[in-house]
Ligand binder design. Structure first.
Ligand code: CA
Length: 706
């Protein structure tokens, strides 16, 4: 069947027009024996079922492995669009849809949740948490994008940029409960998917770089939204007493007055529940600030930064941890996927964790005891030569904490692997990693290490980064097939494009990945040979999923260039041609039988700076404006140097930016808060003028370079 839906943001419209479709939900929402499927820990742990995609990484193991082989290496050439949905009001789409009992649930821009028929693409319901209303009048840090949802016992769980966690009735989309998970006056945000397990739902937050942040995760009762437990990731001020023995232990690895800087560790992505051992793993973030000389002068491991921490899922009590990056100083989060796999290593069956964090090493950890089994670099790692298997610690190279001046470090702060999902195929025994090859020069020259303070909503890292003269490779990204047993690369595909999407692998001997240039590709999972490709007409940042209904296997992906690089990337992101408002976002679903006739999207588009000769640029105001532009994080969506990668309008091309009245309405009075543009009530007239002069200066630079 073919379906095309134009979606706008008006929820009121939907509830009237689409109410009759709820009957379809009830019809579709049944298993083969007519009973609704109960999604609980047992069903989420079932690796064999082929119909659904029940959790962020498909099952509790987070493998992103589809056991279906209807679509396989021999027939994938026939894969065609089955149905699609246009989402023209959305911006960056990075989420993993869920499929439960014939219904697909996914999260879009500004945390809007939608449910559609997974066979036809017909719209069923949407829920708008009204993020614009919530952030109005407040200082804000955050993003319009979100990575996904959780499903448990008839409820859909989502979380918002401004820190709310909510439960919806999966049938109707009605809100059942909603709680605020952090003080909304703090410079924190949520872009991640909540994790539901054992009648609870867990959420963390991001914001390590936005102020003096102390990371924590909180579990809530899935039924009521009542708080069940909270786990702090780094210790607070000892004078106030430690919350747990774990914090007391962690405090011994910190020096100075670390609590004044928050410490960091914010867990914003990787959460895995392990039913084999009844343990919850959280992946923790980097330090606040990055520079350890400020954060913990005199060193120390700084637990539990950049670690996998195993917790009791019922109480949140600490069980064990493995720290990938002691004394973190480079933004080397360990918040990336935590994948559960059963491996045979030297004849021994091991229940393992697979983890490929930003620092560039691939870790295999024994889930029975938290012991490191092996670790090898999957990209160039200039900060450490190897990991000592006796101690589990990295063998560090010289001057990596920039003690003796500037130092080139690879991977850099963007990491070797970020939130774009890796997948593990138990048939090939390979992990498929969307990897980045990039380094930076780090230095803290000129920074007063004793006086440096991170200010809430201004933030900072306590270190300067510069691009190096030469990057580690002449390409910036690759798809790597990694053998975790022998810790070696089996094949890899160099990629010219940076910031590609996550991966899906299937029993059809396939790996699927979308690229930032808009290509969706299928590879032979054993050899890396390209066996199918499709031009989606817009950069893909989200990972594909698969499911099977009425004997037909589907591959589905959100097409919607997004994430932080699409925002801050500047010229390189601009050069992709995915300008703001030009290319409608889409949800595309493929099958071998697909017959949908889909109109193409516009060609890549490059907004041209306006030439405004009568606007005389004042360099004093430009300097003031540049300061405003970066400290108020305008660059996160409008791009470095005022060059937009497509997450927000290119200000150099905007007539509003030369009209002070119109500009003030947006920046100070918040006339576009509903579209995700924060407002800054405290900004003064000179600062507004400064921003306008800075933008004109960027425009003139762009015009001069043409
Ligand atoms: Ca970070």
């Amino acid at each position: 069947m073919i379906s095309k839906r134009i979606i706008n943001r008006s929820r009121a419209n939907f509830s009237i027009i689409w109410l009759p479709l709820i009957t379809i939900v009830l019809f579709a929402g049944c298993t083969e024996n007519g009973q609704p499927l109960e999604v609980n820990d047992e069903t989420i742990s079932n690796e064999e079922q082929v119909t659904d995609w029940l959790a962020y990484g498909r099952t509790h193991s987070e493998k992103r492995f589809g056991p279906q082989d209807d679509i396989n290496v021999n027939n994938v050439q026939d894969l065609k669009v089955d149905w699609y949905m246009d989402l023209p009001g959305d911006v960056g789409l990075v989420s993993t849809p869920l499929v439960v009992d014939g219904i697909m649930y996914f999260t879009g821009t500004m945390n809007i949740v939608r449910a559609v028929n997974a066979v036809t693409g017909e719209f069923i319901w949407s829920f708008d948490p009204e993020v614009g209303k919530s952030i109005r009048g407040k200082k804000q840090a955050g993003f319009v994008h979100n990575r996904g949802l959780s499903f448990y016992k008839g409820k859909v769980f989502g979380a918002t940029w401004d820190g709310r966690l909510f439960a919806l009735d999966a049938n109707s989309g009605e809100k059942l409960w909603m709680v605020q998970t952090f003080d909304p006056e703090r410079a924190l945000y949520i872009t991640g998917a909540p994790k539901a397990f054992k009648d609870k739902v867990l959420i963390g937050n991001g914001g390590t770089e936005n102020g003096p942040s102390r990371g924590f995760v909180t579990a809530y009762h899935a039924d009521t939204g009542e708080e069940a437990w909270k786990f702090y990731i780094v210790p607070g001020n000892p004078a106030e007493g430690f919350e747990s023995e774990a914090m007391k232990m962690a405090a011994e690895t910190w020096k100075g007055e670390w609590w004044k800087h928050g410490g960091g560790g914010n867990a914003w992505h990787g959460f895995t529940y392990d039913p084999d051992f009844d343990v919850l793993y959280i992946g923790t973030g980097n330090g606040s600030p990055w520079n350890q000389k400020i954060r913990s002068p005199g060193g120390g491991d700084n637990l539990f930064l950049c670690s996998i921490v195993a917790l009791d899922p019922d109480t949140g009590e600490y069980k064990w941890h493995y720290q990938t990056t002691p004394g973190e100083s480079w933004d080397f989060n360990s918040t990336m996927d935590i994948v559960l796999a059963d491996l045979v290593i030297e004849g021994e069956e091991i229940k393992a964790i697979l983890h490929a964090p930003k620092n560039g090493f691939f870790y295999v950890i024994n889930r029975a005891n938290g012991q490191l089994i092996s670790a090898e670099p999957f990209v160039e790692t200039s900060w450490a030569t190897s990991i000592d298997l006796e101690t589990g610690r990295p063998v560090e190279t010289e001057n990596i904490r920039y003690e003796n001046g500037p130092v080139y470090i690879t991977p850099g702060a963007n990491g070797a692997h970020v939130w774009q999902a890796m997948s593990y195929n138990p048939t090939t025994g390979l992990t498929y990693i969307p990897a980045l090859h990039e380094g930076f020069v780090y230095t803290d020259a000129g920074i007063d290490l004793e006086e440096w303070r991170s200010v809430e909503f201004v933030g900072g890292t306590g270190v300067w980064l510069y691009p190096p003269e030469k990057q580690p490779r002449d390409y910036m990204a690759s798809l790597i097939a990694w053998d975790p047993v022998h810790q070696k690369e089996v094949w890899s595909v160099p990629q010219e494009t940076f910031w590609n999407g996550g991966t899906l692998t299937t029993a059809g001997n396939l790996v699927f990945q979308g690229r930032s240039d808009g290509m969706l590709l299928a590879y032979n999972a054993e050899s890396g040979e390209v066996v199918w490709e499709y031009n989606a007409g817009l950069g893909i940042s989200a990972p594909p999923i698969t499911y099977k209904i009425n004997g037909r296997q589907y591959i589905s992906v959100l097409v919607g260039w997004g994430g932080i690089y699409a925002g801050v990337g500047g010229q390189d992101a601009y050069d992709m041609g995915w300008a703001y408002g030009v290319h409608s976002r889409r949800l595309i679903t493929f099958s071998l039988e697909g017959e949908a006739d889909m109109p193409p999207l516009p060609e890549p588009y490059f907004p041209q700076p306006l030439a405004v000769h009568e606007f005389e640029v004042d360099q004093n105001l430009v300097a003031k404006g540049a300061n405003q532009y970066y400290t108020r994080a305008c660059n996160r969506c409008h791009g470095s140097g005022g060059i937009s990668g497509g997450m927000a309008p290119d200000l150099r091309a905007s007539a509003i930016c030369i009209d002070k009245e119109a500009f003030t309405k947006i920046v100070k009075e918040g006339s576009r808060v509903d579209r995700g543009m924060p407002h800054y009530k405290d900004i003064n007239e000179e600062e507004i003028s400064g921003l306008m002069h800075f933008i004109r200066n960027c425009a003139n630079a762009g015009l001069a370079s043409d």
